[in-house]
Design a protein around this ligand. Structure first.
Ligand SMILES: Cc1cc2nc3c(=O)[nH]c(=O)nc-3n(C[C@H](O)[C@H](O)[C@H](O)COP(=O)(O)OP(=O)(O)OC[C@H]3O[C@@H](n4cnc5c(N)ncnc54)[C@H](O)[C@@H]3O)c2cc1C
Length: 436
């Protein structure tokens, strides 16, 4: 008689859920993936803008070469080659008034290339030396209760080092300002990206919308792995009995029985799991941070925004922090991105549009954006805030300390040592699988 394979219900089809579903199927589980939306990919997805016919991301995402777990998922989906893979970190900074400064690392390992690149940065000499000293100090241990702003103050990184180096890096990695970010989480990520090969710190920018990289290819890849996929299947309740999940109630009214030996793997975001397990200690009380994206397409006859790379940091950029482009896309198209900025709350589309176009004119003097086509995408729960107090709200991937026995959790918000990123999500599922 052949043994009936154990069953695993994976909740949520983002990067963590997809990684978990493939890994469980590879380990012989009979997997059912339940996703509340009609598509996969979680927080990295695209949707059709009906007016223009363009497929727009919910927000541009960038990877780094050190995102090894995300790359493993992309390989499984057959989409790893759809990225512009830079050989080394190169970033343009654009100041108000139009001055452009570049940080360009050579192909040497980052610990050797970074000091040379910092010493060549076109800012006053004293600021270059302080930035270099700050980079060296980033290798030293840091107190758990220091915000990044506190660390910057203690390491004398105010002025140009903060404006050019640290603030843009903090916004890109942590999606909040240094005043809110835990120095320890930020520096841990920095060390991982900046302590190895040149390619580890280099940008990987997609040549296609994110929907084409995760959501579109995933159903066929899951089917090939033997995973049963149920889209538009929102889990609304956990039926708990004797310390185990005994059933999953779907919003449609359907009930899925969870037998002895079955696993329930939550790859839900923090706020969604909290709704299902309100009494579980340390689950989901994290604060969310928004991302505002303004996609711009200039008129055919309008002058083009200069091409300074796929990611341009706007120094003292307020309210937008980055200009981003899809590699190889129409040069008239770009996006303005603002992370963790609450000043948009309650603003109308017209007000946001006006702020975006005015800021372009401040950073790119002489370029009129009048009549540009503008589309706005806002994600209210884009990331969680990795603040000094958030560590206690991030359980290790796997079984919750006081949760149901057969419930395992993963997702970017679990304790991965990384902030809220694609890589944190993928690694959380890998850690869960290692613990099986
Ligand atoms: C606009 C934006 C820009 C970003 N930029 C970057 C970037 O440049 N680089 C980077 O590394 N990261 C970036 N991030 C963060 C990154 O997208 C996330 O960290 C990552 O995608 C989280 O993956 P996850 O699988 O943990 O969670 P999610 O992607 O949130 O997946 C959870 C899934 O669960 C589903 N779900 C929710 N409730 C239920 C329910 N009750 N039943 C069933 N299913 C449910 C959701 O629909 C979702 O598909 C960005 C995020 C946003 C929004």
């Amino acid at each position: 008689m052949t043994a009936v394979p154990a069953r695993a219900f994976v909740l949520g089809g983002g990067v963590a859920g997809l990684t978990a579903a493939f890994g469980l199927a590879d380990r012989g589980y009979k997997v059912t993936l339940l996703e509340s939306r009609g598509w996969l990919g979680g927080r990295a997805f695209s949707s059709l803008d009906r007016d223009s016919g363009r497929r727009l991301d919910n927000g541009p995402h960038v990877m780094l070469g050190c995102y090894r777990a995300t790359r493993a998922l992309l390989r499984r989906l057959g989409t790893e080659e759809h990225f512009q893979q830079d050989r080394a970190l190169a970033l343009a900074y654009r100041c108000v008034g139009g001055r452009v400064v570049r940080l360009q690392l050579s192909g040497l390992p980052v610990p050797l290339a970074m000091p040379l690149a910092l010493l060549r940065l076109a800012v006053p000499f004293g600021a270059r030396v302080r930035a270099f000293a700050g980079m060296v100090c980033s290798l030293l241990p840091v107190a758990a209760h220091w915000t990044l702003a506190e660390w910057l103050r203690r390491r004398r990184q105010d002025g140009e080092p903060a404006a050019f180096l640290w603030r843009p890096l903090c916004r890109a990695i942590m999606n909040v300002e240094p005043e809110q970010a835990a120095a320890r989480d930020f520096l841990a990520t920095l060390r991982e990206a900046f302590s190895g090969r040149a390619g580890s710190a280099a940008f990987w920018t997609p040549k296609r919308p994110w929907g084409a990289l995760f959501g579109d290819p995933a159903p066929a890849a899951l089917a090939a792995a033997g995973v049963e996929l149920r889209l538009s299947a929102r889990v609304a309740t956990f039926e708990l009995e004797a310390g185990r999940v005994r059933g999953l109630g779907l919003l449609s009214g359907e009930r899925l029985a969870v037998a002895d030996g079955d696993l329930v793997v939550s790859a839900l975001p923090w706020f969604a799991l909290r709704g299902l397990l309100p009494s579980a200690v340390g689950v989901g009380a994290l604060q969310s941070s928004p991302i505002m994206n303004v996609f711009v397409r200039t008129r055919a006859e309008a002058p083009l925004l200069p091409d300074e790379g796929t990611v341009v940091a706007l120094v003292e950029g307020d309210p937008f922090h980055f200009v981003m482009r899809t590699a190889g896309a129409d040069p008239r198209e770009f996006a303005l991105v603002s992370g963790g900025n609450r000043s948009f709350d309650g603003q109308s589309v017209d007000e946001i549009r006006k702020r975006a176009l005015q800021q372009i004119e401040r950073h790119y003097p002489g370029l009129s954006m009048r009549d540009a086509e503008v589309r706005i995408r806002k994600e209210q729960h884009a990331t969680f805030v990795a603040s000094c107090g958030s560590a206690v709200q991030r359980p290790r991937p796997g079984r919750l300390p006081a949760g149901p026995d057969n419930l395992l959790v993963c997702g970017d918000w679990t304790a991965t040592g990384l902030p809220s990123t694609l890589e944190g999500a993928a690694r959380s599922a890998e850690a869960l699988l290692r613990g099986l």
